[in-house]
Design a protein around this ligand. Structure first.
Ligand SMILES: C[S@@+](CC[C@H](N)C(=O)[O-])C[C@H]1O[C@@H](n2cnc3c(N)ncnc32)[C@H](O)[C@@H]1O
Length: 440
């Protein structure tokens, strides 16, 4: 192959990726503006002068493009904290989420259309060749944008859970087997403090780990039971994991036919997750859709765009999430869940203490500070009553009562556990009579 052919191939691949990324109603963007946006994407927090130098556009073109992109909500400008005379340009959270969402789309259809008139198997061959080229030429263990994509901040908590799941998966009496948990941890060197690496969090670390193990198994059972149906119910075929993090249930559980599973989390978490799963050649056991979203904002639009059907009953899971939201944010999220829930939809998350004594001990432990500082409490002890008031039939499950039959008894009572709920669309009088407590 000569340089000319390689250049034409590059242009054709760019065209195919644009076809896959663009939606019918999208506004047209001029090539010059697109060039500026692409530069901001790869160099967030640059000045107009820096963008001008890198792109070769005139300064007036860059300034005008930034103004137009800002007007449409694609970029925002902030004052450089180290030099208040400089203005820096970066993507808005909304634009960043939308771009990541599109970047994670499969390209099968677009490639299929590009090779339309030839043997139907050739689209598969082209896809396989593209995968191989990407492996050899661009997969360098870092993100597509060449930056380190190991999640930070609240996203890093997902790596902590993966670590607990990796440890559990090594036990002969494991309650679940997560074949990718170890790979996530290995792909995130430096994610843990020295104290964590040494296992120095003592009984507190063990208590959080224990809770994460029991909850993983409990929510595995909850989701499979929701799909299996029973008591006259048909079983759901739509599953939504809110704040899926590095959860690999799509890959490791034995789903019945027809299950469609949606995973939502912050863009950086899902980008990291997709990279590690692709490197491992992971294949889901159900139809799996990833939806990058900030769950404090409008996430429902992205979910519906990804194919979620509000008219079909859904099994929702918000595992390890609500504590990172304020009470208002949690209530807004759960209100949206209710609005998207057909009758007989189900919902599960944690309740009680891991708020309370465990949390106050963690707050007083310096090595836990980086996690404790992220906790905002969610709905706290109010969650069951809030759900009952909002049309859910709630059942609470106590940690100690669950742990014993799993072969992990704990002494005494625990003040934490989980709740599961069914959406009945009842009127208020009925709600009050359908709350059960501490049953399995
Ligand atoms: C402790 S992890 C639990 C992850 C997963 N559910 C599990 O159990 O493996 C918390 C997750 O919540 C996600 N998260 C926290 N706040 C979020 C937000 N506002 N929008 C989307 N995801 C969020 C984090 O990115 C992280 O993946």
């Amino acid at each position: 192959m000569n340089v000319g052919t390689l250049y034409r191939l590059g242009r054709r691949l760019t065209e195919i990726s644009r076809i896959a990324a663009v939606d019918p109603g999208d506004p047209q963007m001029a090539a010059g503006e697109l060039g500026v946006l692409a530069d901001v994407l790869t160099h967030p927090g640059s000045s107009v002068k820096e963008i001008t130098e890198r792109t070769g556009f005139t300064q007036s073109h860059v300034s005008a493009s930034v103004a137009r992109l800002r007007g449409r909500g694609h970029v925002e400008t902030v004052t450089d904290p180290s030099d208040r005379r400089r203005t820096l340009v970066r993507l808005t959270e909304r634009a960043s989420t939308a771009i990541t969402r599109r970047a994670l789309r499969p390209i099968d259809d677009a490639v299929g259309r590009a090779v339309e008139n030839s043997d139907p198997r050739s689209a598969d061959r082209v896809l396989a060749m593209l995968e191989e080229l990407a492996d050899r030429l661009v997969a360098d263990g870092r993100g597509e944008r060449g930056e380190d994509t190991v999640p930070d901040g609240v996203g890093r908590t997902a790596i902590g859970v993966a670590r607990v799941r990796a440890e559990e998966s090594r036990r002969p009496d494991r309650l679940f087997d997560d074949p990718y948990a170890e790979a996530f941890v290995a792909a995130a060197p430096g994610a843990f403090s020295e104290a964590e690496e040494r296992g120095d969090l003592g009984s507190l670390g063990a208590a959080f780990g224990f809770h994460a193990v029991i909850r993983t198994r409990f929510f595995d059972d909850y989701l499979l039971a929701a799909c299996a149906g029973g008591a006259g119910g048909a079983g759901v075929r739509q599953v939504v994991l809110l704040a899926a993090g590095l959860d690999t249930r799509a890959f490791r559980l034995a789903w019945p036919d027809g299950v469609r599973l949606f995973e939502l989390d912050l863009p950086e978490v899902l980008t990291f997750k997709e990279r590690v799963l692709a490197e491992r050649g992971a294949v889901p056991g159900c139809a799996r859709m990833v939806v990058p979203a900030d769950l404090r904002e409008d996430w429902a639009t992205g979910l519906v765009e990804a194919g979620f059907q509000p008219a079909a009953p859904t099994a929702w899971l918000a595992e390890g999430l609500l504590i990172y939201l304020s009470a208002d944010e949690a209530a807004r999220l759960l209100t949206a869940v209710g609005e998207l829930s057909a009758p007989d939809s189900q919902l599960a998350f944690e309740r009680g203490d891991v708020a309370g004594s465990l949390l106050s001990r963690a707050r007083a432990t310096p090595a836990m500070e980086r996690y404790a500082s992220l906790w905002k409490g969610g709905l706290g002890e109010e969650a069951p009553d809030w759900l009952v008031r909002n049309g859910w039939q709630v059942r609470t499950h106590e940690l100690a009562a669950l742990a014993a039959p799993y072969g992990r008894p704990i002494r005494g009572e625990s003040r934490s556990g989980f709740l599961t709920a069914v959406h009945r669309r009842l009127d208020q009088t009925e709600h009050d009579s359908v709350r059960w407590a501490d049953e399995r």
